[in-house]
Design a protein around this ligand. Sequence first.
Ligand code: FES
Length: 273
Amino acid sequence: MSAPAVNRPTTGVFSSRRADIDARTLRTDRWWLQPLMVNLGLAAFIVYATVRAFWGRDYWVADYHYLTPFYSPCISSKCVEGASHLGVWFGAFPPWIPMGMLVLPILLLFRLTCYYYRKAYYRSVWQSPTGCAVPEPRGRYTGETRFPLIVQNGHRYFFYLASAILLLNTYDAIVAFHSPTGFGFGLGNVILVANVTLLWAYTGGCHSCRHVMGGRLKHFSKHPVRYWLWTKISWFNERHMTFAWITLGTLAFTDFYIWMVSSGTISDLRFIG
Ligand code: FES
């Protein structure tokens, strides 16, 4: 597929000293398909998560103590009774502040600065490049050397904060084994536990985690425990892209299931309690 002749930068493969090939790329496969799928996937999640973050209700199932991860921790006095696992820190939020405002910006920045997502949106949104051997539509490129993109180097701090949030999500998943008579076990528990397990797989496979745990060492032979950890983290790191997408899906699905049960649209399938 050739790019239009107008507005074509006279740099890169179109600069005067390069071989004179008029086509933008000579690739004959559907190289645009992957960026398109990435854009659709990201847009679908962003729209769903934004709607639900501001929804303001149907995030807690009182009988079974199910709390959606989008509202954890619930720290506003507007939170329904029982949903505030860390206590109430503020008065009633106005409707334009989501109840999960303490964690949502952190999780957004954690994923935004993630090495995999950077690759995904640099390619599909910024076309930098749209595909391998497909020239960029711009003539100037500074990579991550300038503000604001130089801030991407702070990813490890979002990794630390996101790990703390994940501990809280794990606590939420454990206290959800509840019923009005005490212990309880239902389909919601399976969904919450699966989501939190996959979030650990995504977070544990973070490139910053791999670096901090052992990647920055020089002599693995002197650090057997960290070497062992590094090998395990590397396994998840190799599958980081897969877990990045799976966890977007499980987060949305967990929230959707709790929304449906909380609003009374469906009932939870109960095994015990
Ligand atoms: S690199 Fe993806 S979460 Fe850290």
